[in-house]
Design a protein around this ligand. Structure first.
Ligand code: AP5
Ligand code: MG
Length: 193
């Protein structure tokens, strides 16, 4: 198996690059943001509880997303590997993920961290808000709150995996193709290892 975390702040291109990476490497894409938005669309209890937090740009509780990931791992026993997008997002989520993988004799192979300036993130998300229908995109205050949550809680995830030397920074500005190629180069180095 090959298990990859695509890491980075809101708007850094995780979703965009994930689509291409899963197509090339046959990995199962696990995006907690996408799962939560589908829970909202289906008006489930979980979705309704998550919605107000997401609309404010705040993280939903750890146990909620950890439960979603645990179920997804169970439901995909044949996967060649997983691409985690938007998860883990706190130190507690990182520790829970390591445990869930260890129970299956698996581990994270690499954390690829997209690096984008804050000015560019805000520009991209405001622009996406014109068409995405995402309620957390069309308000600059909410976008800034998401970036703040990232600095306050999520950057600790990179520190967690840095200890194991698993984090590689990738410049997340430039063309989508160039960034994709840089990601592929790092993945293939590690798949060969
Ligand atoms: P989530 O859905 O994960 O959103 P996010 O992290 O805020 O990130 P985005 O999806 O907005 O950005 P992205 O990095 O995927 O970039 P994209 O490719 O779309 O989370 C949403 C909410 O759910 C959270 O706030 C939280 O409430 C909750 N949640 C989710 N997971 C959670 C967890 N684990 N724990 C707790 N709560 C959780 O690109 C952005 C835009 O830029 C697009 O328009 C794209 O076309 C454009 N773009 C992409 N690449 C480029 C490029 N190279 N040049 C120019 N534009 C580009
Ligand atoms: Mg995304």
């Amino acid at each position: 198996m090959f298990n990859l975390i695509l890491f980075g702040p809101p708007g850094s291109g995780k979703g965009t690059q994930s689509e291409r990476l899963i197509a090339r490497y046959g990995l199962k894409h696990l995006s907690t943001g996408d799962i939560l938005r589908s829970e909202i669309a289906n008006q489930t209890t979980l979705g309704m509880e998550a919605k107000s937090l997401m609309d404010r740009g705040e993280l939903v509780p750890d146990e909620v997303v950890i439960g979603m990931i645990s179920a997804a791992l169970d439901n995909n026993p044949q996967a060649k590997g997983f691409l985690f997008d938007g998860f883990p997002r706190t130190k507690a989520q990182s520790e829970a993920l390591d445990k869930l993988l260890a129970q299956r004799n698996e581990a994270i192979n690499v954390v690829l961290a997209l690096e984008v300036t804050e000015e560019e993130l805000i520009k991209r998300l405001l622009n996406r808000g014109l068409t995405s229908g995402r309620s957390d995109d069309n308000n600059e205050a909410v976008i800034r709150a998401r970036i703040q949550e990232y600095h306050k809680k999520t950057s600790a995830v990179a520190d967690h995996y840095q200890v194991f030397n698993k984090v590689v920074g990738i410049k997340g500005e430039g063309t989508v193709d160039d960034i994709f190629n840089a990601l592929c180069e790092e993945i293939e180095k590690r798949m060969a290892a």
